[in-house]
Structures are given as C-alpha cells and as structure tokens.
Design a protein around this ligand. Sequence first.
Ligand SMILES: Cc1cc2nc3c(=O)[nH]c(=O)nc-3n(C[C@H](O)[C@H](O)[C@H](O)COP(=O)(O)OP(=O)(O)OC[C@H]3O[C@@H](n4cnc5c(N)ncnc54)[C@H](O)[C@@H]3O)c2cc1C
Length: 476
Amino acid sequence: MKEFAIIGGGIGGCATAALLNVQGHNVVLLEKEPYLGGCASTFSHRTHRYNTGATTISGCHEDGVVKALFDKVGVRPRLIPTDPGIVIIQGRKQIARYSEIEHFLSELQQAHPHPGHSEFWHLVQSICEAFYTMQMPYYSNASVLKKVISLFSFSPLLKKFWPYLHGNARAFIEEFYKDVTPEYRDFLDAQIMIVAQDSSEKVNFFTAALALGYTFKQTHYPLGGMGNVCDTLTSKLKDRRSSCEVNKVERRKDRYLLHTAKEIIEAENIIMGTSHYESKQWFEDKQITSYYKRYEKRNNHQSAFVLYLRLRSHKSFHHHYQLIAKEKLPYTLSKALFVSFSDPADTQMSADGHYSITASIHTDTRFWSALEPFAYKAQKKSLQELLKTWICDTLCIDFDDIVDAFSATPHTFGRYLNRTQLGGNALNTDNLLPFLPSNDTPIAGFYQVGDTAYAAQGWPGVVMGAMNLSRLLNDA
Ligand SMILES: Cc1cc2nc3c(=O)[nH]c(=O)nc-3n(C[C@H](O)[C@H](O)[C@H](O)COP(=O)(O)OP(=O)(O)OC[C@H]3O[C@@H](n4cnc5c(N)ncnc54)[C@H](O)[C@@H]3O)c2cc1C
C-alpha cells in the first residue's frame, strides 16, 4: 500500500510529490495525460511543441518560493532569465517591463507621462520586497481550531501591510494619482488580471502591488517547454505514472482505493491535484462530496481561450507580450491578450527554426457550454482568426508566415485536463482566506493542492500551497 497517492500531475501534484519524496515518504503520482504539467505542460501537435497555457515562470529569484522548492528537492530545471518580463503594447505605445525600475520608469514616462510614477512604482516595488523577505504564513482547514490558530500566522503580514489590505486597488490608485486616464487604468488592470485573476476594482492594493511588481524580480523562460520543469521536478520519484487516469476513488476505514483502467491502487492518504470544482465526480463518499459542494459557489467560471501558432520568421521577438485593445472582443472577458514566443535558440520548442507561440485571453466557460456544436465550431474559428489577425497586425507578422494555427476553448481543457475553470481562485475580496479551502481538510487522509486551494494560481501560488501542505503534514 502507498502512503500517499497524488492524483493529477499539474504544478501542485508534481511539487507535492517531489517534496514528500525527498522527505522519505512512499509516494505515487498519477497523471491522466501522457505528459506532466497540466496547465503548465508542453504537448506535441503535428511534430511541433507548444506550451499548453503557462509560459512564464516567476518565483525563481534568490528569495523566491519556487527557487526554495527546487533547492529542497535538489533539482535545477533548465531556465533562462527573461528581461523585460513582458512587453506591453497598447495602440502605438510600447512599454517594456524591465526588472530594473528606473529603466522601466523611463519607458512608462514616455508612454503615459505622469509626475506620480516614480513614487507609485517604488511603493509597488517596496511592497513586493517586504513580502518576499517575510517568513511565510501557513493555513490549515483541518478543524475550526486549527484554522483559527493558523490564521494567527498571518498577523505579521496583516500588521505590515494593513494600509493596503482594505478597500480596493482602483480606489487606492485613483486617490494616489488623482487623475488616471482610462488608458493607464487598462494598462494597470491588464497586468493585475494575469496574476490576481480579477480587476483592480475587486482586489486590494496589496494584491495588486504583488501582481504589478512581479517583473521587478527576475522571470524565467523554461528551455524545452514548461512541461520540462515538471519532468525535472519529479525526476527523483520512484513511482510516477502518466497516461494513468483515476476513474473512481472509494473511501474505506483506513485507506482509499483508486480505480484506474489497469488496476486498483491502495493508499493511506490521497492528495487531489485536480480542481475543486471538477473533482466531485470521482467520489461517492458523502463527506467528500459535501466538502466539494461547499466550495462550488466559489467557481467564477473564468477560463481561457488559447491560440497556438507556428511561425516561420527570421524576425526577433521578445519572449512575452501583452497586447491591450480598446474594447473587449466577443466571447472574451478581458481587453488583453498574452502572447509568448519560443526562444529561437531553444531547439526543442523552435524546431525547424519555427517559433512556437501560445497566446491566451480570458473567457467564461458558460459562453462556450451554451453553444450547439455547429455554433461552437464557428465561434471558435471566428475568435481564432480575430486573435491571429490582432497578433499579426500588432507585431508586423506576415499572415502567410503562420504555418499552423489551432486553438483551445474551456471545453478543450475539459477534455484533456478534466477542468474547464482555469486560473483557480481569484485573489479578490470575495475570496478571503477563512472562506477558501486549504491544502488539508477535515477528512482523514484527504488533501488538496493546486490553484483552487490555498494559495491560488501560477507557479508561486501553487508552490506555496504545496509547501504549506508539506509543513502541515510534518507538524501533524
Ligand atoms: C492559459 C493559461 C496561461 C497561464 N500562464 C501562466 C504563466 O505564464 N505563468 C504561471 O505561473 N502560471 C500561468 N497560468 C496558471 C498556471 O498554469 C496554473 O495556475 C497551474 O498550472 C495550475 O496547476 P494545478 O496544480 O492546479 O493543476 P492543473 O494544471 O489543473 O493540473 C491538474 C492535472 O490533473 C490531471 N488530472 C485531471 N483529472 C485526473 C484524473 N482523474 N486522474 C489523473 N490525473 C488527472 C490533469 O490532466 C492535469 O495534468 C496560466 C494558466 C492558463 C490556463
């Protein structure tokens, strides 16, 4: 019998499996797809490699949580620094998010002149610095008492950042600048959205500052594709199974029985690396199904439409762009499109000298589930063409140089990764900590990691959750 069975090889499942493995636990990692990584995986399509969703890795700087994970596990994924972290294009304006603040400020001053920028962005940077050097709090959901005690670990954070924790970021920004143009607001909102998964109106300024400031720390590009990071992270595992979907989980008195197509795996504990909103289907146990039901109202149905392109071009591009439009496109939730290019020197991703491009925009799962098959196909094609044209026009790419193009809707993500809601829990004021799930639960031997649990999405958020769980298990 296994001590821990981890279901789902996304960032959360991989990070947790790797941590428990180095601590000497008997672990099996089970992934449905033939490759690891989930939203942070890399797949092949007509012999070319594409990143599924995530393309940027942050938190790998000296005091970063992802670097701390790699150090604990003793692995070194192949990463190269990217600076600027993003280049933001808004009409004719182009602003590179350089990690060096004065360099970035000179770009910003040209695009959106304002005397308040230096003070504002130094405040953003100082909040980020203060956060990264703090002892990380922990969060438990095993019982009311444990939850209350764990919430005390947040007191230093509450004390330090109190002025930025109440009220919303939009009000704070407007009060700070006095005169914010709609264009500059869009510039800020687009960056807040990709990290916090909500707009400045719905997040506090502390969260907004962490989202706006992440590019002041070094961000990285994963050589060979994002999926390689999860492969390297779990390379020391003795039992790592891909193409191994768990179809049903039975709960017994002292163990769980995991049904796969080939066998039944027994484990003392299970760690779900799948989404809270789409995991109930594998259980009949009443306590577990009602646990999942409790969190259903947190599902914001937010998701992504992703366009994949293969481009034949000798031009040079930055690794990441954020294109900001004046209006939202139909069937999307945001004015901003995130576009990532493979590095030309990356022989795996840029095979045949062709760029691999992953471009994503926020959408709502319900837009797509409401469509009949014919309308769905037509809408998918239409949005794909709109985004392709937007990218080609903005980055001066010849349409004929696109040698392959295809896309994924929330429905596609559901088919491959068993999840349609993407991006996890927004870091907004509706999702305050005592109401959010943690990585432990009141159910014996039943745990949860990933971006729908503490501490939300992206490499840093999901890794913080995995570290939190490892700490809770060691303290138990
Ligand atoms: C379009 C897009 C772009 C993004 N860009 C970035 C970025 O640039 N940088 C960043 O840091 N973050 C980014 N994110 C966020 C980040 O990718 C996610 O927050 C993170 O990858 C989620 O990890 P997770 O552990 O929650 O698992 P998931 O990625 O959801 O993985 C869950 C895994 O479980 C598997 N699974 C499901 N059901 C079963 C089953 N029954 N049996 C076995 N396995 C199962 C799935 O196949 C999947 O591999 C992006 C997300 C999206 C959608």
